[in-house]
Structures are given as structure tokens and as C-alpha cells.
Write a protein that binds this ligand. Structure first.
Ligand code: SAM
Length: 397
């Protein structure tokens, strides 16, 4: 087991030394601001973790990469202990902290996370985009949270098995057809151009960095929500938040005195695969989807017209019941049903296309034919190609 762990580590390191997966040109003011906005909103708005929590916190980062993420934690006041096996990344991280005059906030160790043995506990422990590139992510997580002090928070970002399904399929096609690393790169650029262009645009990483991190890297294991929640249980970590949120398919609430239904409770967890189906087949962002559905939802705007008929009623109100006639002419056809149907159809069409592609792959190695089939598809390998990494936060009780 230990031997395989080290072998995988060596192979992953060799790839990452060739093309670094984490470098962003953050020295440019625009790119710095872009990432700042994203990180701030991720923690404060999406994960509901106020940035003040970083102030003076001792923070441990497993697989800290070139330090771009840690730079923001340090700016928010945290003292960073980075653990990174790639010496080239460690050098870049030190330079980055020097440039931003934050050197005194950084301690960085050029070592495997599995060999790291600190002699203290931390307020916040993080690992962003790392565990799924190791041979034992469950052990990596266990080790990470073993250094968390009681009431401390853990933040991890890992690929979701369903969300990464399309990427795994891309990997399968590439590994089936390409005979060398060079061929993987060329073929990926040819077959999955749209996806890569999109990832460059939104992720602000180079195409090579994305190709090496998604396809060339020899290990990209991904965990389901259920598995992650199991790691949380095993280590006495309580689920705090995630992005995207875990929902089924919307939050159910009764009286405010009662707790909202917590789908992360063991007995409800299976329901969370509902979210995972959507992550698996996602090909557009929420904004794009809501714009498409906006027209179907327009009748909802009529609510005020109805409630205004009888608001603020008191002894002096002039009551005109004839006004209720207006309701007759209102359109209540929200068409939510159509929206749900469309979303569910998307899932079944996705599987139809998947079946077609697998059939083709079984019967041909003709790359042009495969490309034609991919381009023809509407749901598979289109746009977003599945929700990539999922962000989870938990705390130690
Ligand atoms: C995709 S990068 C993410 C880097 C950084 N956390 C970020 O979000 O920008 C994965 C990083 O994990 C590091 N890594 C992978 N396995 C590791 C291990 N066993 N020990 C230490 N670092 C590791 C890699 O060298 C690489 O820098």
C-alpha cells in the first residue's frame, strides 16, 4: 500500500514538474483582482465563512502548490504552514510571498503531505485540488484533520465522482487512443477544444496547465458526496457548508423553531445523489440556464398584484371586492413543470448520447469519426462538461 502510494506520488510529481497545475499570472493586477473577488465570494458568500475567521489563524495547507490561494489567506491575516512536494512550486510560492511583502506569514515545507509531522494543531486546515491526485485520499484527509484543533475548520476541494464523469470519460478516450504523452496533449486539443477554451477563459490557467492537470496527470480519483461525508463522520467532523450546495432539490423547511432538514444526516444522504446527477450533466452555468428559463417564470411577477389587493387592511380601509376580478385575467402558468421536465430530459438525453459514444468507441479508432460524434452531441462534452471540483467545509466539534 505504502509502496503504491509513493509510486503514484512520484509519477504525479514528474508530471507537475513538467507543467505546473496551479500557477496563475497573479502578479498582473487584473488577474490578482479576479482571483481576489472569487476567493472572497467563495468563503464569505458561498461557504458562509467570514473572512475575519482567517485573522491571526494558524492555517495548514496540504499541497499548497505555487501559493496563489495561500496569498489571500495571508492577506486576510492567517499564518500559513504550506506542505508541498514540488520544489519548483515551493520556490515560486516563496517568491510570491516576498513580492507581496508577506514573507513573515509563510512557513513552507518541501515534503510529501504523507510524511509531514508538525508538532502543533491548527485553527484552519485546507487542501485545494490535491487529495484526488493521491493514491489514498481518505488517508490524506484523515491526516489533514488530525492536525485540526477542536472547533477548528477544515476546507477541502476535491473532484466529485459524478461531476467529473465527463472528464473521466475524456481521460478514457485519450488513454485508449493516444500512445504517448504528446499524443494525449494533441488529441485533447483536437477532441475537446471547446471545453479547454472554456476552462482557459474561466479558470485563467493556460491550456497546457489544464491539459496536464486534467488528462496527463496519472491519478485523478474522485469521491462521491456520500464518501466525503463518511470521511467527515470517521474523523468527527461536522459538515458545515459546500459549494455547490447539497440540495434535494430545494430546502424543505417547516416552522422556524424546527431545524431545516439536514440532508447530510445519514438517513437522507442517498437523496443527495439528486444534486450529483445535475453536476454530472451540467453543461451551462446557472446564469445561462436561468436566462433561458426566465420567460417561463415571468408570471411569478404577478404576485404583488394579488397581495396588493388586500394589504394593510384596517378600520378605515375602503374595501372594493370588485378589484378581485383582476385575478381572473392573471396568468398563473409558471411553467415550472416544463423547466423540471427539460432538466430531467437533459439527464436522459445525456445517457442516450453516452450509449451512442460507447458504441462508437467499441467499433472504431477513427479519430475523425469520434470527433464528429462528439461535435454532434448536445448534452455530452458540451460547454461546462460537468461540475468539476466541489468545495466542502466542516468543523471539529
Ligand atoms: C492541482 S495542484 C493544487 C495546488 C494548490 N492547492 C491550488 O489550489 O492552487 C495539486 C498540488 O498538490 C501537490 N501534491 C500532490 N500530491 C501531494 C503529496 N502527496 N504531498 C504534497 N503535495 C502534493 C502537487 O504537487 C500540486 O502542487
Amino acid at each position: 500500500m505504502e509502496k503504491i502510494l509513493k509510486q503514484v506520488e512520484k509519477k504525479v510529481l514528474a508530471v507537475y514538474k513538467k507543467v505546473n497545475p496551479s500557477t496563475h499570472k497573479i502578479e498582473s493586477n487584473d488577474i490578482f483582482k479576479y482571483h481576489q473577488k472569487f476567493r472572497e465570494s467563495l468563503f464569505r458568500d458561498k461557504l458562509k465563512f467570514p473572512l475575519q475567521m482567517f485573522d491571526s489563524a494558524e492555517l495548514l495547507d496540504f499541497g499548497s502548490g505555487t501559493g496563489e490561494q495561500d496569498l489571500f489567506y495571508a492577506k486576510w491575516g492567517a499564518n500559513i504552514t504550506g506542505v508541498e512536494m514540488n520544489n519548483l512550486s515551493v520556490d515560486r510560492c516563496k517568491k510570491l510571498f516576498k513580492k507581496y511583502k508577506l514573507t513573515e506569514k509563510l512557513k513552507i515545507h518541501n515534503i510529501s503531505l504523507f510524511d509531514f509531522k508538525p508538532n502543533k494543531k491548527f485553527d484552519i486546515v485546507v487542501s485545494n485540488g490535491v487529495l484526488h491526485h493521491t493514491n489514498d485520499q481518505r488517508a490524506g484527509f484523515k491526516k489533514l484533520v488530525s492536525y485540526l484543533r477542536p472547533r477548528g475548520f477544515v476546507f477541502i476541494s476535491v473532484g466529485n465522482k459524478a461531476g467529473a464523469f465527463q472528464r473521466n470519460l475524456q481521460r478514457m478516450i485519450l488513454y485508449k487512443l493516444a500512445k504517448s504523452e504528446e499524443e494525449i496533449v494533441t488529441l485533447a486539443k483536437f477532441l475537446f477544444k471547446e471545453h479547454i477554451d472554456r476552462a482557459v477563459k474561466y479558470g485563467k490557467r493556460s491550456a497546457d496547465s489544464i491539459i496536464y492537470d486534467s488528462y496527463v496527470v496519472p491519478k485523478a480519483d474522485n469521491a462521491s458526496v456520500e464518501e466525503i461525508l463518511k470521511w467527515f463522520d470517521e474523523n468527527n467532523i461536522k459538515f458545515y457548508s459546500s459549494w455547490p450546495p447539497l440540495q434535494f432539490p430545494f430546502p424543505l423547511v417547516d416552522s422556524p423553531r424546527n431545524d431545516i432538514i439536514d440532508y447530510t444526516e445519514k438517513k437522507y444522504r442517498k437523496l443527495l445523489s439528486f444534486s450529483e446527477y445535475f453536476w454530472m450533466t451540467a453543461n451551462a452555468t446557472d446564469k445561462e440556464i436561468i436566462n433561458e428559463y426566465h420567460k417561463d417564470l415571468l408570471p411569478m411577477n404577478n404576485l404583488n398584484k394579488i397581495t396588493d389587493l388586500i394589504k394593510d387592511i384596517g378600520p378605515d380601509s375602503v374595501i372594493k371586492l370588485e378589484k378581485f376580478k383582476e385575478i381572473e385575467n392573471l396568468d398563473f402558468n409558471f411553467n415550472l413543470e416544463r423547466i423540471y421536465k427539460k432538466e430531467i430530459n437533459k439527464i436522459s438525453n445525456f445517457f442516450k448520447e453516452l450509449k451512442g459514444l460507447i458504441y462508437l468507441l467499441k467499433n472504431t479508432k477513427d479519430i475523425k469519426k469520434i470527433k464528429k460524434e462528439i461535435d454532434k452531441n448536445q448534452f455530452l462534452f458540451n460547454g461546462y462538461c460537468g461540475q468539476g471540483d466541489i468545495y466542502y467545509m466542516g468543523y471539529k466539534e
